[in-house]
Design a protein around this ligand. Structure first.
Ligand code: ADP
Length: 353
């Protein structure tokens, strides 16, 4: 596993965690440190072991191997609070009573509960809903109540399982940014499990990528995105092309503004010496320009939101290769001859560095 982050104040340390259910290994040899006040998103396809890892952190499951230790050296997990996707508000309690629930359970005085609940409702924009019951709230408001309720007890660790799974796209991003602001204001170390990349990218300090029970890579969002450790990760994070290095004979190499351009430069030189090695690049780092002497032909044009996806065919050494380019330009028609420029390259053999 690659973790590109510099060491910071550690609040939780997971070492070689494993969890099996019968013959299924849900979590396999996961090692990860959580630092104070950071938000880490665990992303990966369904069945990758994300929820199981979260349940291990919450103390709801016992690991079959490995350990979890908190910064003070204790193995005690309290108070870690887990918020599930279906967030289970108490239907017969008002918003204020839902938020104050954990404080009442901890025997807080009525006046202190009121003070904290009022503060949270104000921060979460729920003051005018204090006496409403959950059924009368929108999905976004319900999720804000659930997060406010979790924050009321000032947990050491906030664990969120697909926190915005029920929300539509706009509300999801809005709530993600909201959570991020609250998490920073309250300074609470948070781990969120999600399969939604956009949401994870928008709110996280770091992301960890799980596949088949393993945490394959963790690091700052931009780092993981621009330096994926494997082709599978690159593909999970967005459209990606894989091709033999010999194809670079048909492609111009133009290092972009992306970080670590020199790695790409080295790779480009190296790749030309080893034409059989497999390279990959993101669709958005392929640029096409109409050019009647160009080596490629546009085979397909697909509108993909604000970007246009071009599939181009490049005959080379008797084989038709295909590359996908994502571009903001939408004027190029199928059948147009084009030249190609690539601004960032990866190779499985050379990553991670
Ligand atoms: P994710 O959250 O990434 O979708 P999970 O942690 O839910 O993945 O599941 C990982 C694997 O463990 C899956 O194959 C799932 O079927 C299995 N699994 C999870 N929980 C249980 C359980 N309680 N009993 C048996 N198998 C389980």
């Amino acid at each position: 596993m690659q973790d590109s982050e510099a060491p910071r104040r550690r609040m939780c340390s997971m070492k070689n965690l494993s969890k099996r259910y019968g013959t299924t290994t849900a979590v396999c040899d996961v090692t990860l440190d959580l630092h104070h006040n950071e938000l880490v998103s665990i992303i990966g396809p369904s069945g990758a072991g994300k929820t199981t890892l979260l349940r291990l952190m919450a103390g709801l499951e016992r690991p079959d191997g490995g350990s979890i230790e908190f910064g003070d050296g204790s193995k005690q997990r309290e108070p870690a609070v887990l918020v599930f996707q279906d967030f289970l508000l108490f239907p017969t309690m008002s918003v204020a009573r839902n938020i104050g629930f954990g404080l009442r359970a901890r025997g807080w005085k009525r006046r202190d509960i009121r003070e904290r609940v009022d503060e949270l409702m104000a921060r979460f924009g729920l003051t005018d809903k204090a006496d409403s019951y959950p059924a009368l709230l929108s999905a976004g408001q319900q999720q804000r109540v659930a997060i406010a309720r979790a924050l009321a007890v000032r947990p050491r660790l906030l664990l969120l399982d697909e926190p915005f799974g029920h929300l539509d796209k706009n509300l999801k991003m809005e709530t993600a940014r909201y959570l991020r602001r609250m998490q920073q204001e309250f300074g609470i170390t948070t781990v969120a499990v999600t399969h939604d990349l956009e949401e994870a990218f928008a709110m996280s300090d770091r992301v960890g990528i799980m596949m088949d029970g393993r945490l394959i890579q963790s690091g700052a969002v931009s780092e993981v995105y621009s330096r994926p450790a494997t082709f599978e990760i690159a593909r999970f994070l967005g459209p990606v092309n894989r091709f033999p290095a010999s194809l670079l004979e048909c492609v111009r190499w133009m290092p972009g503004k992306a970080p670590r351009v020199t790695a790409g430069d080295d790779m480009h030189r190296e790749a030309l010496r080893r034409p059989d090695c497999r390279l990959y690049c993101r669709a958005e780092s392929v640029a096409i320009v109409p050019d009647q002497d160009g080596p490629a032909t546009v085979a397909e044009v697909v509108f993909a939101g604000i970007m246009v996806m071009y599939r181009v065919r490049i005959p080379h050494n008797g084989v038709d290769h295909e590359l996908t380019a994502l571009s903001l330009e939408d004027g190029i028609k199928p059948g147009t001859r084009v030249s190609l420029t690539i601004s960032q390259l990866f190779s499985e053999e050379t990553n991670p560095k």
